[in-house]
Write a protein that binds this ligand. Structure first.
Ligand code: NAD
Length: 283
């Protein structure tokens, strides 16, 4: 039976640390502030934005929401970002993705001042992660690493396999495991022998976006299995990329969905916002 790594518990620990540090900053007259921009009416984005605002209130940050209509133009959005870049009370700027199709996400990300880019999506922050000299880490992969650290799992020398190569999860995830001296393989939709490669993994991260994609025959006995996926199964129930029921008996550690990596992402966003406030105040 695998040990369950609870994202609820680990994220609560992270948020408590952030809250404590925030109190210390406030005593010095510094109050971290996060601006969250949402364009349009995507219901999932609305839920994420509400959760981010709630998390800000819980740790003691100021949060500002900018809810823009679906028909917002690229220039209007860029103008808002420029205003927020210059607003001293705002330390972090987050533009909830995906944006409506007529908007250019790349240009929007590039417009955010890298020192306020608490999602760590700006090319300058991505480059800093590559060379291992960074202030911010992308929230989801950083959350996975936090879970690994919380269990004192040593990555060094381990075979680490990441399934998925997206810019926001798969690629940075692989880089963070590499920074900790893992021997890292990235698998993707064109990978041959996926099952064999996964079955050699001591640490397996699934970031595919397909329900129950990782089956028990893909998992080495005793592996650490981290499930980033958020999907709906055939009954509309929330599930991850891992066939939890059949993989769990084989793994040494496993993250559930829901209650696994999901809650970590927002906790790490709070950590990045705190870091942004400290950097901007030279605290
Ligand atoms: P994405 O669609 O951008 O990337 C999916 C990756 O999976 C691609 O790189 C693709 O090559 C790979 N893939 C697809 N089919 C494959 C196959 N048959 N074999 C091997 N690889 C295959 O998705 P993403 O943004 O990286 O997100 C992945 C999952 O993680 C989604 O379920 C998403 O909802 C979830 N997610 C969760 C959080 C969180 O907070 N827990 C955050 C971001 C994403």
């Amino acid at each position: 039976m695998a040990k369950l790594i609870s994202g609820k518990e680990v994220s609560a620990k992270v948020r408590a640390q952030v809250r404590e540090e925030c109190e210390g900053l406030k005593a010095k007259g510094i109050c971290p502030g996060l601006a969250v921009i949402i364009v349009g009416n995507d219901p999932a984005s609305r839920v994420y934005v509400n959760n981010k605002k709630k998390a800000c209130a819980e740790v003691g940050f100021v949060s500002e929401e900018y809810a823009l209509p679906e028909e917002t133009t690229q220039e209007e959005l860029l103008e808002l970002i420029r205003t927020l870049n210059n607003k001293p009370e705002i330390n972090g700027i987050l533009c909830q993705l995906p944006l409506p199709a007529h908007l250019d996400e790349k240009e929007v990300i590039n417009a955010i001042d890298p020192i306020k880019d608490v999602d760590a999506f700006h090319p300058s922050n991505v480059g800093r992660i590559m060379i291992g000299d960074y202030h911010f880490l992308p929230c989801t992969p950083a959350g996975v690493m936090e879970m690994i650290h919380n269990e004192n799992i040593d990555v060094s020398g381990k075979n680490c396999v990441v399934i998925g190569r997206s810019n926001i999860v798969g690629k940075p995830m692989a880089m963070l495991l590499l920074h900790e001296n893992g021997t890292v393989t990235i698998c993707h939709s064109r990978t041959k022998n996926l099952k064999e490669i996964c079955a050699c993994a001591d640490i397996l991260v699934a970031a595919v976006g397909r329900p129950k994609f990782v089956t028990a025959d893909m998992v080495k006995p005793g592996a650490v299995v981290l499930d980033v996926g958020i999907n709906r199964d055939e009954n509309g129930k929330l599930c991850g990329d891992v066939d939890f029921e059949n993989v769990e008996p084989k793994a040494s550690y496993i993250t559930p969905v829901p209650g696994g990596v999901g809650p970590m992402t927002i906790a790490m966003l709070m950590k990045n916002t705190l870091m942004a406030a400290k950097l901007q105040a030279n605290a």
